[in-house]
Design a protein around this ligand. Structure first.
Ligand SMILES: Cc1cc2nc3c(=O)[nH]c(=O)nc-3n(C[C@H](O)[C@H](O)[C@H](O)COP(=O)(O)OP(=O)(O)OC[C@H]3O[C@@H](n4cnc5c(N)ncnc54)[C@H](O)[C@@H]3O)c2cc1C
Ligand code: SF4
Length: 502
């Protein structure tokens, strides 16, 4: 094994070649290709096989990264894939869209020692794409080949719901997913743009779950089409994986003017366009940036998705206003770099004061910002310099200030469902205040990341299974399965401390 590893001294990090900015900003296709076999093996061979694998510790699903890198370097690709998918339901998706610079790759010892990180995400993606191409990915079947008598209803088909569904099917439970949208996938389908995640990649996983026996009920809103009470009567357990969808508003004078839109409305329209919902045509005019001067307000990943979408739609100019500096942006530095290369202008340390216009928006009134003393979290606080104002001309203003939970007890019609001050669901071990009702993903943690939603979904499946076994032993096939053991089903080892989510 040693001969095919530890090559980091002589071999440079070489991720798959990103498409040139001029070409990629003309379309919505993914910007990175896959590795080929030789490049994946070469890059995997750079791994230093650390005694303490910080990459694994910093991967929310606790992927056994050094082990599958070693197998990949040795050409044992099927084993490498099997190990990588044992801890992660959607490895090919995480390989594409995890902010690796803040997670596994950021913690890689090679990165810390100045040798540049192993290309972990790209290799994870490569292994699973290879597995699909080779036919290694098969529908999920119950681990002991028998179906239990229990069924679980999952509300929401985003990554948390998908991950829970996979694990629950492995344990033999019938699984029904209720989704208010017309397509499954949650933000994987309608939020994240196609240039980061091809929609066919998401659909392939939905098809895989269908083939695994998961029943999808699309255009079915729990709280409207069907009540939570009815769902609890239909299923022995219910998982709420509804995500967070209330947009944080601009709360500025003029923000109701035509031409001011919310980030998610804007991104959903382009994703629907890519999926053919508008025929050959573009998104509806109010949500289409072609020929317009676009201003995006915000500095997170959603803001980066908006500016890069506007570039691809053919905006006349795209400017991002963010109140802190580049080093303090919440968005991934990798995404900011892509946006700059594609032609986005950033006005750092700028805060909007009002939206100007008559019949529609014409400009954003803004001012410069100084960074003051750090607050309790250590971040420097923005101080508005109203004596240094400026106007940023705009025909389309996109507000990308983040998301909060909807008022779930009201929407689901059950005030006994307790929530925290920020609107996320109160849980103990992912169990909500309603017996037999669990929660996972953004609705339990607050807006986070796909990989954390996957982790939550898998943990919730484990908690639901334990709950069903302990509370309702008659639903089990007598003697078929002993007390639940996670081994073989779920082998993550990293802590799921919400504090380390980012
Ligand atoms: C624009 C954007 C870009 C992002 N980019 C990235 C990225 O690059 N990398 C990354 O890791 N994370 C990214 N994220 C965050 C990531 O998408 C979320 O953290 C993740 O999708 C949360 O998963 P979830 O399953 O909890 O919720 P969601 O993916 O939001 O899925 C929830 C589902 O529940 C459905 N639902 C809600 N209420 C009901 C109801 N009452 N009845 C039936 N169905 C219901 C919704 O329609 C939705 O389909 C991004 C988020 C946004 C908004
Ligand atoms: S799941 Fe995300 S954090 Fe974990 S190894 Fe893959 S890319 Fe890195």
């Amino acid at each position: 094994m040693a001969t095919s590893l530890l090559r980091f001294v002589h071999l440079q990090r070489q991720p798959p070649a990103v498409r040139p900015a001029a070409a990629r900003s003309q379309d919505f296709a993914e910007i990175y290709p896959d590795f080929d076999a030789a490049a994946a093996a070469r890059q995997a061979s750079r791994c230093s096989q650390c005694g303490v694998p910080f990459c694994q510790v910093n991967c929310p699903v606790g992927n056994h990264i050094p082990d599958w890198l070693a197998l990949c370097a040795e050409g044992r690709l099927r084993e490498a894939w099997e190990l990588s998918q044992s801890t992660n339901t959607l490895p090919e998706i995480c390989g594409r869209i995890c902010p690796q610079d803040r997670l596994c790759e950021g913690a890689c010892v090679l990165e810390q020692s100045g040798h540049q990180t192993v290309t972990i995400g790209a290799i994870e993606r490569y292994l699973t794409e290879l597995a699909f191409a080779q036919g290694w990915v098969q529908p999920v079947a119950p681990l002991d080949s028998s179906e239990s008598q229990t069924s679980v209803g999952i509300v929401g088909s985003g990554p948390a719901g998908i991950a829970a569904a996979e694990q629950l099917r492995r344990l033999g439970h019938a699984v029904h997913i209720y989704e208010r949208s017309d397509r499954a996938g949650g933000l994987l389908t309608y939020g994240i743009p196609g240039f980061k995640l091809d929609k066919a990649v998401v659909q392939r996983r939905i098809d895989w779950l269908r083939d695994s026996g998961v029943q999808f009920h699309l255009s079915c809103e729990v709280g409207q089409t069907v009540s939570l009470t009815e769902l609890r009567a239909r299923h022995q357990a219910v998982l709420l994986a509804t995500g967070v969808y209330r947009t944080r508003g601009l709360a500025l004078q003029g923000s109701e003017l035509p031409g001011v839109v919310a980030a998610l409305d804007y991104l959903v329209a382009q994703n629907r366009c890519d999926l053919g919902d508008f025929g050959e045509g573009p998104p509806p005019a109010p949500l289409y940036a072609a020929g317009k001067r676009v201003v995006v307000i915000g500095g997170g990943d959603t803001a980066m998705d908006c500016v890069r979408t506007a570039i691809r739609q053919g905006a006349a100019s795209v400017t991002c206003l963010y109140r802190r500096d580049r080093a303090n942006m919440p968005g991934s530095q990798r995404e900011v770099g892509h946006a700059e290369a594609e032609g986005v202008q950033f006005r750092w340390q700028s805060a909007p004061l009002a939206i100007l216009g008559g019949e529609r928006v014409t400009a954003v009134q803004a001012c410069q910002v100084e960074l003051g003393d750090p607050d309790a979290s250590g971040r420097q606080q923005p101080v508005l310099r109203r004596d240094r104002p400026f106007e940023q001309p705009a025909d389309l203003v996109i507000s990308a200030l983040g998301f909060e939970p909807e008022a779930l007890p009201e929407r689901l019609g059950d005030p006994r469902l307790l929530v925290n001050l920020d609107g996320t669901l109160q849980t103990t071990g992912l169990h909500t205040s309603l017996p037999g009702v669990f929660a996972a993903g953004d609705i339990s943690s607050g807006a986070s990341l796909v990989v954390w939603a996957i982790r939550d979904g898998r943990d919730a499946a484990e908690a639901i299974h334990r709950h069903l076994q302990s509370a309702l032993p008659i639903w089990r096939h007598a003697g078929e399965r002993g007390p639940f053991s996670a081994s073989g089903l779920y082998a993550a080892s990293s802590p799921s401390d919400p504090e380390v989510r980012s």
